[in-house]
Design a protein around this ligand. Structure first.
Ligand SMILES: [Zn+2]
Length: 453
């Protein structure tokens, strides 16, 4: 795993064998261009030998040839977002690359050691969205034999991060370039801006309500991580985003609540970043929206989960937490320096109180979901979900329905049903907030919400 942070200044190139940095095959062998004539000359120079010996040497040559064949980029993707823009290059074999930045104007250059300009790479030309926050243009061309050069024209100085991911799920080797802004997007600033823009509520805030409750709504998966996929091809990441946006609109219409989405588009966010967003805005509640899947298509129903500071409450809950936690591996995170968030937080004693409140919130939401769908389990289950580990924010994960069940998949993509699900979750939140109004001394009060503070 290689990770580089390049400041904007002109850099000497950083050359890495994709996915193999620092280990495995040596770069001298892997970087050598294929030269079949040289191979042939070598074989002819040898003394005559037995048939077995000839086969053995042919096998050695084949292995040598395969090890020197340059990887080919088979697919490319760009995920633009305000948080960061991600460029993914996927190949069957790891790709060697060199990266450097140039100033005036700001550019990033990646030299890929690949034998040809594949159609997937060529497609990148002009594939940048006009509203990409960080990239203004992208050019790809053959630079010299065996090298294809990508030049990214940038809108401003950025913080690039490049890393490789080993094959997982349906993906081969991935070379990932994340383009972060120099100053990270502050979720609190986003929340303040959205709160100021929202229409004045028709109902006045209830007397005695000390402040507005902040609900962070997390649309599960996104970008490289589609989540579960239904038989009709619906993707969990799209369904979760639609329901999350719907729920945000409903929460924002409540006089004593406001919502922040962890992601508002189709891009991947690591699980710990989702948790951090909730903590940065000092959220009162965190609700992560998902759609379940199972190998048997007749399994159905809604369920709600909370964190467990002990063992999972069932084997199924444990398996589900493991599957949801794998989102980081599929979505793609530079794991260098990533801490073990779950283990670290579970040691925190304050977690038990938070889990207790999470269970109360979960029960309220589950009860409401029972009005729109049958329940997969009649009580809130618990397991080690990495996305539920904000130790001071009651957090639940809602599996709205089974996308693997054809009837439920159909309903999950139906607008009216998505609305019913969002309303049920809202009702659960309302019931919880009525019983446990946000502490007046708590997190972010309205008067602290001016940009000057
Ligand atoms: Zn999920």
């Amino acid at each position: 795993m290689a990770e580089f942070r390049l400041p904007g200044a002109l850099q000497p190139g950083v050359r890495v064998r994709g996915g193999m940095a620092g280990k495995g095959r040596g770069p001298a062998l892997s970087a050598r261009p294929v030269d079949p004539h040289r191979i042939r000359r070598r074989s002819e120079a040898r003394a005559p030998r037995s048939a077995l010996g000839r086969w053995a040497s042919l096998a050695v040559l084949l292995v040598f040839y395969l090890s020197t064949v340059q990887a080919q980029v088979l697919s490319t993707r760009i995920w633009p977002a305000k948080d960061y823009t991600r460029l993914t290059l996927e190949s069957k074999e790891p790709v060697d690359y060199t990266i450097f930045s140039l100033k005036d104007p700001e550019r990033l250059v990646i030299d890929l050691e690949t034998s040809e300009l594949s159609s997937a790479l060529a497609e990148l030309n002009g594939k940048v969205a006009a509203d990409d926050p960080y990239i203004s243009g992208l050019r790809v061309a053959r630079n010299r034999p065996g090298i294809v050069r990508l030049v990214l024209d940038l809108k401003a100085e950025v913080k690039p991060q490049i890393f490789t991911l080993p094959p997982i799920a349906d993906y081969g080797h991935r070379l990932v370039l994340d383009i972060h802004p120099l100053v990270a997007v502050d979720p609190l600033a986003v929340l303040i801006e959205e709160t100021q823009q929202r229409p004045v509520p028709t109902q006045p805030a209830k007397p005695g309500v000390a402040r507005i409750a902040t609900i962070v709504i997390d649309a599960g998966h996104g970008g490289e991580d589609p989540g579960a996929i239904g038989r009709r091809g619906s993707r969990e990441k799209d369904i979760t985003l639609t329901i999350a946006k719907r729920l945000k609109a409903l929460v924002d219409a409540e006089p004593n609540m406001r919502a922040l989405l962890t992601r508002d588009g189709d891009y991947f966010l690591p699980l710990n970043v989702r948790v951090e967003k909730a903590r940065k805005v000092k959220a009162d509640l965190f609700v992560s929206i998902h759609a379940d899947s199972f190998t048997r298509s007749n399994v159905r129903g809604s369920s709600v989960f909370a964190l467990s500071d002990k063992r999972a409450t069932s084997e199924l809950a444990r398996a589900l937490a493991k599957k949801e936690n794998e989102a980081d591996l599929i979505g793609g995170v530079a794991l260098v320096g990533k801490d073990d968030h779950v283990r670290r937080t579970i040691l925190d004693l304050s977690q038990s109180a938070t889990i207790d409140y999470s269970l109360r919130l979960g029960s309220s939401v589950l009860k409401q979901l029972g009005g729109v769908n049958e329940l997969h389990k009649p009580h809130v289950e618990q397991a080690s979900f990495a996305v539920l580990t904000a130790h001071d924010v009651p957090s639940i994960l809602v599996e709205t329905a089974f996308i693997s069940n054809p009837q439920e998949e159909k309903r999950l993509t139906n607008q009216a049903y998505q609305d019913k699900l969002a309303r049920a979750i809202l009702e659960g939140i309302r019931e919880y907030v009525a019983k446990h109004p946000p502490r007046p001394s708590g997190p972010v009060t309205l008067d602290r919400l001016s940009p000057r503070s």
